[in-house]
Design a protein around this ligand. Structure first.
Ligand SMILES: *[C@@H]1O[C@H](CO)[C@@H](O)[C@H](O)[C@H]1NC(C)=O
Ligand SMILES: *[C@@H]1O[C@H](CO)[C@@H](O)[C@H](O)[C@H]1NC(C)=O
Ligand SMILES: *[C@@H]1O[C@H](CO)[C@@H](O)[C@H](O)[C@H]1NC(C)=O
Ligand SMILES: *[C@@H]1O[C@H](CO)[C@@H](O)[C@H](O)[C@H]1NC(C)=O
Ligand SMILES: *[C@@H]1O[C@H](CO)[C@@H](O)[C@H](O)[C@H]1NC(C)=O
Ligand SMILES: *[C@@H]1O[C@H](CO)[C@@H](O)[C@H](O)[C@H]1NC(C)=O
Ligand SMILES: CC(=O)N[C@H]1CO[C@H](CO)[C@@H](O)[C@@H]1O
Length: 836
C-alpha cells in the first residue's frame, strides 16, 4: 500500500489473547510484606528485592494513615496501596534487572507520592531517574505537591542487564513508591506512521522510545489494569473533550468487537476501548446543521515530538460505507477522508491509526485531536473516535525530560529546560557573554587533560550553551510559540508564594494575584485555578486556546501559562486600573470617569468585540460581556478579558448550546432558544452601555420600594416616559452633550432589541459610539443641557452597505496589533523583541 495510511495490523506472532510477560518485576518499595492489589497483581517487598538494589543506604518510609487524596484518572485505581510506602535514597542507587530476552521493549512504570515521613519532607526531594541509556526524569521534584504521580515509559532493552538509577541532586535525596519493569510485545510499535506536518509517511518508530502521556478511552469509563492484558490504564475522556455538549457516547457489548485476523491485534487495545466511542450528537440532522469538529485537547510538553495513536471502530453504522470523516491534529490534516469500511471491511472491527506530530507543531503545549464529518452524499454525516494514546518521543539527547543526556552532557537543539541553565541564561548580553567566553577558554585550558572533561565534548557543550545564551539575551527565554511556559516555582516567586494580600480578584475559576516577574520586573496578573474543579479546567483550556489564537489591542493579552503537576495558571498583562465596573459604581468605587472617558472605554471594548466577531480566522462569541470583564490599563485603554466561556462559531450563524453567562446581561432570545449568536454579545454590550451611562449596577435595589430592579427595564421605562435625565449618572449629567447622548442611547436601544435580527452588529455599534464621541468632543462646552429626547426618536442611522464600517476596519488594520492567528506566534516574538 503506498498511501500514507499504512497502518493496519501487520502483526505476525501468536494467536493467543493473553500475553504473559517474560520480564515481570513488580516492586512495592518500602514495603515490609508483599502487596496484593485487587487487580490480581502482587508487588514484592523490599526484603524480597534486596538483590536487585545496589545502594549505600536507604530508608524505608511508610504511612499508616490511609491516603485520602483523590486518585487522578491517569493513575491505576487499584494501585492505591502502593503509595503507602516508599524508599528514600540519600545517594545514587541503582536497581538492576535481569532481562532474559534482549532486543524487545519493556514498560517502566514509576509511582511517586510524598507521604509524610519526618524528618524527610519528600515534597522537597529533587532527583533524576535514568536507565542505562535514557533519561526518564531530570531534577524531578513534587514541589510541595501531595498528589499521586504516575509515570509510564515504553523503552527498548539492548542487553541482559537493565538498570534504573536514582540520582539525588546535591544536598537532596530521592524516593520511589513503586516500580514496574515488565516486558511488552514487540508488535505494539510498528515502524511506520503518518507524519502530520508536513503530511507524509514517517518511518522509524521502531528506533524511538516513548513516554506515555495520555491514554484515553473515549466515550467510556476508566479501564483498569485488570481489564487490559498489558496492565495498562485507560482514562475516561471527560477531562479532554472540548465540546462535550456536541458529542454523545455510544457503547456496544465488548464481545461484539472483532479484531483483524492476522497477528495478535487484540494486544493493541482491549475490546473495552473499541466498544465505546463518542460520535456527533444529532448526526442524523446534520444536513440541516453546519458541520463541526469533535475535539479533544491534551496538555503535553512542548519541544518534543509525539506519536499519537487513534483507535477507531465503527460501532455506529448499520451498514458498511456509511462513515467517512477527516482527522485533524493541532489544526493540521492527519487523515483526510478516513473510510473505516475500506480499512476494516467489516463493522465493529478494531482499527488504529498512528500519527507523528513533529515538535515544531506543538508550540502551545497541547495536542488537539479533531474529527470532522466528511461530505457524504448518501450515508449519514458522522464522525467517531474510540481511543487516544499520546506518547512522547525521546529527543536527540535521549531524554524525556530536558536536554541533558545520561552522561550529563548538554545536547539540546532547543531551549535549556531546567532551572540551573535558565538562571545563567538570564545573566544578560554583551559583557557577560564576553566574560564567559574568556572563562570558557581558561576553563578548557585548565581542564585539558583531566579525566572528567574531554576537551572536544566540553567545547561543543559550551559552544551550544553560549549560542543559546546569546540568542536568549536577545529574545526571551522559554517562549514556545507565542505563549511562554512558566514553571510553578517562578510564579511562586512572583507572587510571594501566592500571598493572600496580593489577591486582586476572585472568580468562580479561582483567585487572581498581582505578580512581579523576577527577570524583568514586569507586573502581571496571575490567575490560578482552584484545584479539582472540572468546569474550571474546561474554562482554563478554552481561555488558553482562545487567547493563543487571538491578539488585539483591545483584548487582554496572555503572557503565558503554567500547567505543571496539577496546577493550572494563566499569566496576563497586568491591567493597572482594574475593571470598568469598579470605576462606575460599587461600595468603594474609584474616581468617577468623565463622559468622554466612558465613551472611549466603550469604544475600545466594542473594537475588541468587533475583532472577535469578524477579525479572527473563526468568529468567536465572547458569551460573558460585562463591565467586570472590561479591564483598563494604566492609560485607561479598555481591554476585553475572560474568555473562559467563549465559543468559536462554525461557519454558520449560531451554535446550539446550554445557556451560560452572567445574570443581568443574558440575551433573552438566547435564553429562550438556546442558540448562541454574535447578537447575544451585542445584547450584553447594550447592557454595558446602559451601565456606563447610568453608573448603576445591572440589578439594583430601589431605595423606595426596596425591590430588585433590572437596570435595563428601569432605564427603558424612564426613557419612554421622557425622563432621560433621571437615567444619566449625576456625575456626568452636567457635562454631557445631548446630541452625543442621543446617539449613544440610540445605539444602546438597538443593542437591547428583543430579537437578535433587529440588533445591529458590533461594527454598526462601534460606528455610532464613535459618532457620539465626536459629537461630545465637538461641543467643548455644554450649557444647559436639555433632555427632550424621547425613546422613540433616539438617533440610529442604519449603516446600509457597511459604509461606516470600512473606516473602522481600515483603522483596525493599521493598528499593528491586529493580526490573526496565522502570524500571531511570529508577530508576538517580534513585538517582544522590540519591547525589551
Ligand atoms: C507481614 O506478614 C506477616 C505474616 O505473613 C505478618 O505476621 C506481619 O504482621 C506482616 N507485617 C506487616 C508490617 O504487615
Ligand atoms: C473489567 O473487569 C471487571 C472484573 O474483572 C468486570 O466486572 C468489568 O465489567 C470489566 N470491564 C470494564 C470496562 O471495566
Ligand atoms: C453542557 O450541558 C450540561 C447539561 O446540559 C451543562 O451543565 C453544561 O454546563 C454544558 N456545558 C457547556 C460547555 O455548555
Ligand atoms: C475542523 O478543524 C479543522 C482543523 O482545526 C479545521 O480546518 C476545520 O475547518 C474544522 N471544521 C469545522 C467544520 O469547523
Ligand atoms: C469507502 O471504501 C469503500 C471500499 O473501498 C468504497 O466502496 C466506498 O465508496 C468508500 N466510501 C466513500 C464515501 O468514499
Ligand atoms: C522534526 O522536524 C525536524 C526538522 O524538520 C527534524 O529534524 C526532526 O527529525 C523531526 N522529528 C521527528 C520526530 O520527526
Ligand atoms: C483610579 C486608578 O487606579 N488610577 C490609576 C490608573 O493607573 C495609573 C497608572 O498606573 C495610576 O497612576 C492611577 O492611579
Amino acid at each position: 500500500m503506498s498511501s500514507p495510511i499504512l497502518l493496519l495490523f501487520l502483526f505476525l506472532l501468536s494467536h493467543t489473547n493473553c500475553y504473559s510477560p517474560h520480564v515481570n518485576y513488580l516492586i512495592d518499595c518500602g514495603a515490609s510484606n508483599q502487596t496484593h492489589l485487587n487487580d490480581g497483581r502482587t508487588f514484592k517487598s523490599d526484603r524480597q528485592t534486596t538483590s536487585l538494589l545496589s545502594t549505600s543506604e536507604y530508608i524505608q518510609a511508610s504511612t499508616d494513615s490511609p491516603i485520602t487524596i483523590t486518585i487522578p484518572p491517569s493513575v491505576p485505581p487499584s494501585s492505591l496501596p502502593l503509595f503507602q510506602t516508599a524508599r528514600i535514597f540519600k545517594d545514587e542507587s541503582t536497581y538492576t534487572f535481569y532481562i532474559s530476552r534482549t532486543g524487545g521493549r519493556i514498560w517502566i512504570r514509576l509511582y511517586f507520592y510524598a507521604l509524610p515521613h519526618p524528618p524527610y519532607d519528600l515534597t522537597t526531594a529533587s532527583f533524576s531517574v535514568h536507565t542505562n541509556h535514557f533519561v526518564l526524569l531530570s531534577e524531578f521534584s513534587l514541589k510541595n505537591n501531595h498528589h499521586l504521580v504516575f509515570k509510564e515509559y515504553l523503552v527498548s532493552v539492548f542487553d541482559n542487564r537493565f538498570s534504573l538509577k536514582f540520582k539525588p541532586k546535591k544536598n537532596s535525596f530521592a524516593f520511589i513508591n513503586a516500580i514496574e519493569v515488565v516486558s511488552a510485545p514487540d508488535t505494539l510499535i510498528s515502524d511506520s506512521a503518518t507524519a502530520v506536518s508536513p503530511l507524509g509517511e514517517f518511518k522509524g518508530l521502531v528506533q524511538s522510545e516513548y513516554q506515555v502521556m495520555h491514554r484515553v478511552n473515549v466515550g467510556g469509563a476508566i479501564i483498569a489494569p485488570n481489564n487490559d492484558s498489558l496492565s495498562r490504564t485507560w482514562e475516561p475522556d471527560d477531562a479532554y473533550n472540548v465540546n462535550p455538549n456536541r458529542s454523545v457516547n455510544v457503547a456496544v457489548p465488548y464481545k461484539a468487537i472483532k479484531y483483524p485476523q492476522f497477528g495478535d491485534a487484540s494486544l493493541i487495545a482491549p475490546s473495552f476501548v473499541y466498544a465505546t466511542a463518542a460520535q456527533i450528537k444529532d448526526h442524523k440532522d446534520m444536513q440541516f446543521q453546519s458541520k463541526f469538529n469533535l475535539s479533544w485537547m491534551m496538555n503535553v510538553d512542548s519541544s518534543y515530538s509525539y506519536l499519537i495513536r487513534l483507535h477507531f471502530c465503527d460501532i455506529v453504522s448499520k451498514t458498511l460505507n456509511q462513515l467517512v470523516f477527516n482527522v485533524y491534529i493541532n489544526g493540521r490534516v492527519g487523515v483526510p477522508d478516513l473510510n473505516l469500511s475500506s480499512q476494516t471491511k467489516d463493522l465493529a472491527t478494531a482499527f488504529y491509526q498512528d500519527l507523528v506530530l513533529n515538535a515544531s507543531a506543538v508550540e502551545n503545549g497541547y495536542i488537539l485531536v479533531q474529527v470532522e464529518p466528511g461530505d457524504l452524499q448518501h450515508g449519514t454525516s458522522n464522525a467517531i473516535l474510540n481511543g487516544i494514546e499520546v506518547m512522547k518521543m525521546i529527543n536527540s539527547a535521549k531524554s524525556f525530560d530536558g536536554s541533558f543526556s545520561v552522561d550529563g552532557h548538554y545536547r539540546g537543539e532547543h531551549s535549556p529546560h531546567k532551572g540551573a541553565m535558565r538562571k545563567v541564561a538570564f545573566v544578560g548580553l554583551g559583557l557577560a557573554f564576553i566574560n564567559l567566553l574568556l572563562l570558557l577558554i581558561t576553563c578548557v585550558g585548565m581542564r585539558k587533560g583531566t579525566k572528567t572533561w574531554q576537551v572536544s565534548s566540553s567545547l561543543t557543550w559550551w559552544m551550544i550553551f553560549l549560542f543559546h545564551l546569546r540568542s536568549y539575551s536577545r529574545g526571551n527565554p522559554q517562549r514556545r510559540g507565542s505563549k511562554r511556559f512558566f514553571h510553578f516555582k517562578e510564579l511562586q516567586l512572583a507572587t510571594n508564594n501566592f500571598d493572600e494580600r496580593r489577591v486582586i480578584g476572585v472568580g468562580g475559576f479561582g483567585k487572581v494575584y498581582l505578580g512581579r516577574l523576577r527577570e524583568d520586573n514586569m507586573n502581571v496578573a496571575i490567575k490560578r485555578a482552584n484545584g479539582g474543579s472540572g468546569q474550571g479546567l474546561n474554562e482554563f483550556r478554552t481561555e488558553l486556546d482562545m487567547l493563543s489564537k487571538l491578539r488585539h489591542r483591545h483584548l487582554v493579552s496572555l503572557i503565558g501559562y503554567c500547567d505543571e503537576d496539577s496546577e493550572m495558571i494563566l499569566v496576563y498583562e497586568y491591567m493597572a486600573n482594574g475593571s470598568f465596573r469598579s470605576h462606575l459604581y460599587g461600595a468603594n468605587h474609584l474616581r468617577p470617569l468623565s463622559w468622554q472617558q466612558r465613551l472611549e472605554i466603550c469604544i475600545g471594548a466594542a473594537r475588541g468585540l468587533y475583532y472577535l466577531h469578524t477579525g479572527a480566522a473563526q468568529s468567536v462569541i465572547h458569551r460573558d460581556v460585562k463591565t467586570t470583564n472590561i479591564l483598563l490599563d494604566e492609560n485607561y485603554v479598555a481591554k476585553v478579558s475572560d474568555f473562559g466561556l467563549s465559543k468559536t462559531l462554525p461557519n454558520k450563524a449560531y451554535v446550539s448550546t446550554a445557556v451560560k453567562g452572567s445574570f443581568g446581561y443574558l440575551d433573552p432570545e438566547y435564553f429562550r432558544r438556546l442558540q448562541l449568536t454574535q447578537k447575544s454579545d451585542v445584547y450584553s454590550f447594550g447592557v454595558v452601555l446602559l451601565e456606563a451611562v447610568c453608573g448603576k449596577s445591572v440589578i439594583w435595589t430601589c431605595p423606595i420600594s426596596m425591590e430588585q430592579v433590572s437596570l435595563v427595564d428601569w432605564a427603558i421605562e424612564q426613557c419612554k416616559r421622557g425622563r432621560v435625565h433621571e437615567v444619566v449618572d449625576p456625575f456626568i449629567v452636567e457635562s454631557i452633550n445631548p446630541e452625543s447622548l442621543k446617539m449613544y442611547l440610540g445605539a444602546a436601544k438597538k443593542c437591547l432589541e428583543d430579537h437578535g435580527v433587529d440588533r445591529p452588529n458590533m461594527g454598526d455599534v462601534l460606528w455610532h459610539l464613535e459618532c457620539a464621541l465626536q459629537l461630545q468632543e465637538g461641543a467643548s462646552h455644554v450649557d444647559a443641557p436639555e433632555y427632550d429626547m424621547s425613546w422613540k426618536n433616539l438617533v440610529w442611522s442604519p449603516q446600509e452597505g457597511q459604509t461606516g464600517n470600512s473606516n473602522v476596519m481600515d483603522n483596525d488594520i493599521d493598528n499593528a496589533a491586529d493580526i490573526t492567528d496565522v502570524n500571531a506566534a511570529l508577530f508576538s516574538q517580534i513585538a517582544n523583541l522590540q519591547g525589551r
